[in-house]
Design a protein around this ligand. Structure first.
Ligand SMILES: Cc1cc2nc3c(=O)[nH]c(=O)nc-3n(C[C@H](O)[C@H](O)[C@H](O)COP(=O)(O)O)c2cc1C
Length: 171
């Protein structure tokens, strides 16, 4: 509960290299996520090369901070293996990755790539990383030692979002 409640999106990073063993632990957490029929359609591309991070940072305006991230993890979903469930399976893996990284003292931020609106962002990443056609690109995650302390943000209260017994029951 502590890791879940204290995790925040971190978009600025300390000028410090991330030990490969920590990245491996976070990826190991990701692969233990639940997935529909246990298909595990996820794969991960780990980027530390400055030029590649720079290209990924240009995918859209909300990915600009990636150029300052020591590590970028690109999350792929194999659409041939799991046509209908790959986005949510990969989302579960990403959340595991974020929480594990936070528990290890790292900061991360999820960057949207997959969208039902357009494949434009996916095609931009596909071009940079030469990702095969059977894979969809779900997200990118910036990772590093935190270089900021985000302002508190408001979370909805349980009584705004939980319905006991039926949707129309009084809270
Ligand atoms: C599906 C998804 C897509 C997101 N895309 C971006 C993004 O493109 N750029 C970004 O800076 N943050 C992105 N975020 C991070 C959210 O802005 C952040 O999780 C939210 O504001 C809540 O803040 P917190 O993570 O600190 O709790 C994304 C988060 C999710 C779950």
């Amino acid at each position: 509960m502590e890791a879940i409640k204290t995790r925040r999106s971190i978009r600025r990073y300390a000028d410090r290299e991330v030990e490969r063993a920590l990245v491996v632990q976070a990826l190991d957490a990701a692969r233990h996520a639940p997935s529909a029929s246990n298909i595990q359609p996820w794969e991960f591309v780990v980027i530390t090369d400055t030029g590649t991070k720079e290209k990924l940072s240009r995918v859209h305006k909300h990915s600009a901070f990636l150029k300052g991230a020591p590590v970028v993890v690109v999350v792929l979903g194999n659409e041939r293996l799991s046509e209908h469930h790959f986005p949510v399976d990969c989302a579960a893996a990403i959340e595991n990755l974020l929480l594990a990284a936070h528990g290890l003292g790292l900061g991360c931020c999820w960057v949207a790539v997959y969208s039902t609106r357009s494949t434009e962002r996916e095609e931009a990443v596909r071009g940079v990383l030469e990702v095969g056609e059977e894979y969809r690109i779900v997200a990118m995650v910036g990772m590093g030692y935190p270089g900021e302390v985000p302002k508190p943000r408001k979370m909805k209260e349980l009584d705004e979002i939980v319905h006991w017994g039926s949707f129309r029951s009084p809270n």
